[in-house]
Design a protein around this ligand. Structure first.
Ligand SMILES: Cc1cc2nc3c(=O)[nH]c(=O)nc-3n(C[C@H](O)[C@H](O)[C@H](O)COP(=O)(O)OP(=O)(O)OC[C@H]3O[C@@H](n4cnc5c(N)ncnc54)[C@H](O)[C@@H]3O)c2cc1C
Ligand code: SF4
Length: 829
């Protein structure tokens, strides 16, 4: 019987064991694995999840029991120190010797630590293993600030983890932009804005020369002679293949490291294979798991005599895994490899940048990058990988992805061989077949029987869409379940929460879900809870995003905005004076906004409760500028002052804004009231807009600005005020109950079968007989409204959350300002 020894029990080493055991049973091949780490292989791709629960078991790819069941000898905590090629043996660090017939080196890589003086000081960490994270967590608990060296994919992931630990966080990048390998200038600039919105301060063009401190790090020193004082440092400056065994065994090594392999994954010694991040194939080290899994498959097959499958290289398409920051790059992202035409879309206000590179003949997609909205990523990747013909207007591929419209080519047009999950090499055909044969009756079952989505997880949205597609083909009603943790649609969950009076995410997950939840279900449930119960969002702060957590929008440079409600845009001179006094006292930048109110920018986190205390004492309330909720109801001056005015638009706007203030919804809501058809309040661009007529009021709904502006449509004509409000109650509650999270009213209407006519039937003609119920639900929600900021100001426990530094009132020293037109603005980094 042959004996195959595997060195390294990381992600790829484990995958190799799994694949080889499928191809050869224990009577044919004995397998022994040595892993240096003290536990069986775990999911390094999702390592950052360890921060939230510190549960290593959840990351384990297969428990020790699995190796026993598979007749695989696993030695954890045991390092191979030497390979004796002549005698075909390996020696462990304990001096144990074992012979092999064939050897597989899967030793991965280690974090590259640049040769900067001081990296050995206390407070300097790398980000690669569970033990690294344990050390970071323990150290970070006592610290105020952290820097991450490296603004690449992993560096940004590490930086987000530092923010979540409550640390003031800096990213230091040598290059002139973030993610320089994946993004061009504009893409990187857009990403930087997004990253800064998370409260991370970005320092570009910084050549770190030394790490200073007496035994313990206290600052980074840069070549331009500037300093960055920080308490800890996480180095994420790239990877170095762990090729030391290959070097000492005199295998061929690349000039910049890595064990050289051929297309069969064999090293310069045909009895020794190398796979994963240690393998150098055609001068490339792949720092991603999917190519590693592919290599594992090729090596396993070759070892059982199947020489058909070769490793021919892989592309480096990647998607960043940061909640709230969509970034992806795929294929020839810079268009550097062949002649091409680039199609570019940029929306600076929204922080969205998309670029696709099209072949010179206009027929093929070569690659691209997406920042701020990466919804189209999987479909674009498939279009490129399968060489699919482009639609007549290829720009639709990036312009049509929001708002529920298809982006040119649909899933149905993908060939059966299209590889949906590259980590596990699962094709569209395999997924559809699992559904069509009844083997998989849910997305979770697709994962279990095909393994799709069990690697990096990036393909899950597409797996879920394919499940729906196959279900629809079988004539089954498609239920768009929220995510793998809840086998319910958003609407079903809303009904459950309402009927069972569930008030927290944890209760819902315990009683109706599985697992630990994810970035899809947590904010979606938070939004439902807020919409139904109108309770303080601060009670759900662990599942909210930063803006909701601190009841303020975080701005460039890491400060926050204060936006008091000014219903209908009407404000007394006394209140204006208070705003001026507060702005002066706390040195805030002031601006009159398009929503007819005054925003105050540049507040430090710990100042927020004091500022709000003064504003509330003067009669102001939260303006909810941070929430997915009602923003403003804009109004023109109306009949009170205007010669053309038919009715008092200001009074009506105030009444409506006061009615719906604090109402949480799937997305933000804006309203407006105009006093006549001249439409000075631009009501037809709002989610609900009211325009005075000589017989009453016209009600328009589902108008949106943003990336794809859309005019509102007439819902009801010449109605009186009470009827108008009744219809808005019904319309908003129907939208809240049926729209997917983060879908504004315009795309929601576009997807609604029957469109505005159906909506009118529901709201005005009450065709479903739910009109009264919708009104009552709205009434119940509105009745429990409380100003969130008032609650915080009066509650010492909630107030205490608004500090940069635990146990300290100190201002974040890294926040710097410049002056512009007599007011402060964030300093340029
Ligand atoms: C935080 C983080 C996030 C990531 N996110 C993504 C992502 O989103 N997408 C993606 O595709 N990839 C991602 N990656 C990269 C991915 O994890 C790696 O590509 C993958 O783990 C490589 O697997 P490997 O088995 O080659 O190496 P490793 O997983 O590093 O495993 C190698 C193992 O071998 C052991 N070893 C080394 N030398 C010896 C020896 N002499 N004797 C015994 N054992 C030894 C090591 O201790 C280690 O346990 C991420 C990595 C990190 C750290
Ligand atoms: S919309 Fe009509 S009423 Fe209102 S300000 Fe303009 S002209 Fe006057």
């Amino acid at each position: 019987m042959r004996h195959i020894v595997v060195i390294g029990n990381g992600m790829v080493g484990y995958k190799f064991c799994e694949k080889l055991r499928k191809l050869a049973d224990p009577t044919q091949v004995a397998i022994t694995v040595f892993g240096e780490e003290c536990r069986p292989a775990y999911d390094r791709v999702h390592l950052s999840e360890y921060f939230s629960d510190q549960n290593a078991d959840k990351l384990t790819l297969a428990p020790a029991r699995w190796y026993e069941e598979q007749n695989i000898q696993l030695h954890t905590g045991e390092l191979i120190a030497w390979i004796d090629r002549r005698n075909k043996t390996v020696e462990t660090h304990r001096g144990k010797t074992l012979s092999y017939d064939q050897l597989v080196i899967a030793t991965g890589s280690s974090a590259f630590v640049p040769p900067i003086p001081g990296t050995d000081k206390r407070g300097v960490f790398v980000y690669r293993t569970i033990e690294d994270l344990e050390a970071i967590i323990a150290y970070g608990k006592k610290m105020r600030s952290a820097a991450v060296l490296g603004g690449g994919l992993l560096g940004l992931e590490a930086a987000k983890a530092m923010v979540d630990m409550g640390l003031e966080t800096h990213v230091v990048e040598f290059a002139s932009r973030l993610m320089p390998r994946q993004l061009d200038e504009v893409g990187a600039r857009t990403l930087q804005t997004r990253i800064e919105e998370l409260g991370i301060q970005v320092h570009l063009n910084k050549n770190t020369q030394a790490i200073s401190g007496n035994g313990k790090l206290d600052a980074l020193r840069f070549a331009d002679e500037s300093n960055l004082p920080v308490d800890m440092l996480v180095i994420s400056a790239g990877i170095r293949p762990r090729d030391e065994l290959g070097r000492s065994a005199r295998l061929d090594i690349g000039p910049r490291g890595g064990i050289v392999v051929n297309d069969a994954m064999q090293t310069s010694d045909p009895a020794i294979y190398a796979i994963g991040e240690v393998a150098l194939h055609q001068d490339i080290i792949y720092g991603l798991v999917a190519p590693g899994y592919d290599m594992a498959e090729v090596a396993a097959r070759h070892l059982v005599g199947d020489i058909e499958k070769n490793f021919s290289g892989d592309d480096m398409s990647t998607k960043l895994k940061l909640m709230g920051v969509d970034v992806a790059s795929f294929g020839d992202a810079f268009g550097a490899k062949s002649e091409h035409n680039a199609i570019v879309f940029e929306d600076k206000a929204k922080g969205v940048y998309k670029r696709i590179n099209i072949s010179a003949d206009g027929k093929r997609l070569l690659g691209g990058m997406l920042v701020g909205d990466a919804e189209a990523y999987n479909m674009l990747l498939q279009t490129m990988q399968n060489g699919m013909a482009l639609p007549p207007n290829p720009e639709d591929l990036i312009l049509g992805s929001r708002g529920g419209e298809t982006s040119g080519a649909g899933l149905d047009s993908l060939p059966d061989e299209a590889q949906i999950c590259s980590c596990e090499a699962v094709t569209k055909g395999m997924i559809c077949e699992a559904v069509l044969t009844g083997e998989a009756q849910s997305v979770k079952e697709i994962k279990a029987c095909t393994k799709a989505g069990t690697g990096c997880g990036g393909c899950m949205p597409m797996v879920s869409d394919l499940f729906d597609l196959a279900q629809a083909k079988m004539g089954k009603r498609v239920r768009k379940t929220l995510c793998e943790h809840f086998n319910y649609t958003r609407q079903e969950l809303l009904d459950i929460i309402q009927v069972k009076e569930i008030k927290s995410y944890d209760t819902l997950l315990n009683e109706y879900g599985t697992g630990d939840g994810c970035e899809v279900c947590k904010p979606a449930v938070a939004s439902i809870l807020a919409s139904l119960w109108n309770e303080l969002v601060t009670q759900q702060d662990t599942i909210q995003d930063t803006n909701d957590r601190f009841l303020a929008n975080i701005q460039r440079g890491g400060t926050y905005s204060v936006v008091p409600r000014i219903p209908g845009g009407e404000i007394t001179p006394d209140k204006l004076i208070v705003i001026g006094q507060v702005a002066k006292k706390y040195d805030l930048y002031t601006k009159i906004t398009g929503g007819q109110r005054i925003d105050l920018f540049g507040a430090h986190l710990h100042q927020l409760p004091d500022i709000w205390e003064e504003l509330i004492a003067a009669g102001f309330e939260s303006g909810h500028a941070y929430g997915k909720s009602l923003r403003t109801v804009k109004s023109c001056v109306g009949s009170a002052w205007c010669r053309y005015g038919l009715h008092d638009s200001v009074s009506f706007a105030i009444e409506v804004e006061d009615r719906y203030k604090g109402l949480r919804s799937p997305h933000k809501l804006k309203g407006a009231v105009s006093g006549c058809a001249r439409e000075c309040a631009e009501a037809q661009s709002k989610d609900f807009g009211i325009i005075a007529t000589d017989k009453g009021w016209n009600l328009y709904v589902c108008g949106n600005g943003g990336i794809k502006p859309q005019h509102a449509l007439l819902l009801a004509q010449d109605v009186d005020k009470e009827t108008c409000i009744k219809y808005i109650d019904r319309f908003l509650m129907f939208y809240i109950k049926t729209a997917e999270t983060l879908t504004r009213t315009a795309p929601w209407l576009n997807k609604l079968e029957g469109g505005i006519d159906y909506l009118r039937d529901v709201v005005v003609n009450d065709c479903l007989g739910i009109g009264e119920q919708l009104e009552q639900e709205m009434q119940r929600t509105l009745a429990v409204y409380r100003c969130e900021w008032k609650e915080v100001v009066n509650n010492p426990e909630l107030r205490a959350k608004f500090t940069h530094f635990i146990n300290s009132e100190a201002t974040d020293p890294a926040v710097q300002f410049d002056e512009m037109r007599g007011q402060k603005v964030p300093a340029k980094w």
